[in-house]
Design a protein around this ligand. Structure first.
Ligand SMILES: [Zn+2]
Ligand SMILES: [Zn+2]
Length: 339
């Protein structure tokens, strides 16, 4: 069982998870990612027995669980950072002097994003993107029904430099027993802003980016993506919904289709400029039951890994970024794709 430990000075939580050491890419295995661990790809159709049994799957023809015929498949991570624990037993934190801990209770799942081993997310159809987002939305709602789960982390690591341990596209969904400090800090700034201005900080950022235009990349009826004013890294993007809501869970079918097309277009434009680049994207979304839900506005952050973070970043918590976001946005606006 892993343990969550809170840093008394910085406030962040670390998951101390010894069983993650068994992962094929931990501790010094540096071969091409597909060869690590050897054997067939466990995420490919026909190899379903190589993953733990699925917890959910999109099967349009009602095929049998753990058999081929799926479009998206969600399975427990073989090397989970968090485990379910005994059902119904509350997660009780402990404090001993300066040491604050929580038991490593939660979930850690893999969302196999496509049955097609070689297809990159940038080349998924809009329908596949929509199916993927819908599956994540549904599963996230299920995970949040467990009162022990306070937050669900959804992210995608693409490419080895972005932390992917397999080539076959997959996302990760983690139900965790506390709200991450990063999200608390964001919400704290949004709350302070609202107390001062009586407005939503994110809605105002959206309005100001729309007015200024120089950092805008893509706008549709429901979403605006832009290169943030203080971008941490080259070509960082934020995808912000126009509608003010704390949670991604309530995204309508129409808006989800727009988000599907939006994500595909952003990844295609990045690929047009840089080829198959490594990136992470992460969802920031608060459950409605969270104490900060009234001031939060959900969004996606897309972080191309074109540069490395090093000593300055660790030493300051700030970033050195050689590409002005205005330039990144202009290049991305010009990189119109043909489809
Ligand atoms: Zn595969
Ligand atoms: Zn807002």
């Amino acid at each position: 069982m892993s343990q969550l430990r809170r840093d008394p000075v910085r406030g962040h939580w670390s998951i101390i998870a010894p069983n993650r050491r068994r992962r094929p890419d931990d501790h010094g295995e540096h071969g091409p990612i597909e060869r690590r661990g050897g054997g067939p790809c466990p995420f490919c159709p026909g190899n379903e027995e190589h993953t733990p049994p699925e917890v959910d799957a999109v099967r349009p023809n009602l095929t049998t669980a753990n058999a081929p015929g799926w479009l998206v498949r969600i399975v427990p991570n073989r090397y989970p950072a968090l485990l379910a624990g005994a059902p119904g037993v509350a997660v009780v934190g402990a404090r001993a002097g300066l040491q604050e801990t929580l038991p490593g209770v939660g979930s850690h799942e893999i969302v196999i994003a496509t049955p097609d081993h070689g297809r990159r997310a940038s080349h998924f159809s809009v329908d596949q993107w929509d199916t993927l987002l819908a599956a994540c939305q549904f599963r996230m709602g299920q995970l949040l029904q467990d009162p022990r789960v306070k937050y669900v982390v959804l992210f995608h690591n693409h490419g080895e430099r972005a932390g992917a341990s397999r080539e076959h596209e997959h996302l990760q969904l983690m139900g965790i027993p506390m709200t991450p400090e990063l999200i608390r800090q964001e919400a704290g700034r949004a709350r302070a802003y609202r107390e001062r201005r009586h407005r939503c900080l994110y809605c105002d950022v959206l309005e100001s980016e729309l007015a200024e235009r120089s950092r805008l990349v893509l706008c549709d009826e429901a979403f605006v993506s832009y290169a943030p004013f203080a971008s941490r890294m080259p070509y960082e993007l934020c995808v912000l919904p126009r509608a003010h809501r704390a949670s991604f869970l309530h995204l309508s079918h129409r808006d989800r289709c727009l988000l599907a097309a939006h994500m595909r277009e952003l990844l295609q434009r990045l690929e047009r400029l840089f080829g198959d680049l490594p990136y992470n994207w992460v969802l920031h979304s608060l459950p409605d039951t969270d104490a900060d839900a009234d001031v939060f506005h959900w969004h996606l952050e897309l972080l191309p890994r074109l540069s490395k973070q090093a000593g300055f970043e660790w030493g300051t918590g700030g970033f050195i970024n050689g590409t002005p976001p205005e330039e990144a946005a202009a290049s991305l606006r010009a990189a119109i794709t043909s489809t």
